[in-house]
Design a protein around this ligand. Sequence first.
Ligand code: CTP
Length: 216
Amino acid sequence: MRFLITAGPTREPIDPVRFLSNRSSGRMGYALAEAARDAGHEVVLISGPVTIPAPPGITLIRVETAREMFNAVQSHLNGCDAAIFSAAVADYRPVQMAGQKMKKSAERLTLELERTEDILGSARAKLGFSGFLVGFAAETENLIAHAQEKLEHKGCDMIVANDVSQAGIGFDSAENEVTLCLPGGRTVPIPRQSKAALARVLIAQITQLSAPQASQ
Ligand code: CTP
């Protein structure tokens, strides 16, 4: 199979030296890319800025902003059998990027933000992707209900639901514990484990569920 995986945060520039971003380390996405490669699959990894070195045997495309990530996904999605969107894409970006470093003046400053491209939400209708589509949902409440809603709304085959209110798992942590949300309201809890071990479980599930006989 050929996998496309997005990973890490995006950075949305405010001026030449400042940006809006988040705490995503990219570890889950890189672990997924390595697990897919180790299972014998081809992998294109589209990554926001992270400190993880480029994994061997994987096509790595580095991007900074949500717009760049959207463009890279658009260029590489065609021909992939499965796509896993684990990136923590910024939902908003400054409407304008200042050309020069902003100097402090007034006591208060209001930044005007606009929505970024919803990359996962574009995969089906806008980008015409017909392979196995996996999204992540990071929630602090009503985890399963929100994840199921995301599954239907974005045309996904699986949502990996992550309770980010718990310390030590998920965002910027070495371990994770998730619930897989599948069509028809089915859920599969995956116990807490290292992101590398969890990635192997997820790739095995995705490979099994996306096999042609699974959809009949
Ligand atoms: N995602 C994306 N492009 C964006 C935002 C999110 O591809 N601009 C993907 C993420 O990679 C993840 C999923 O969408 O797979 C998360 O869905 P989203 O609805 O953005 O989740 P939240 O940010 O948690 O949404 P909300 O703020 O509505 O709870």
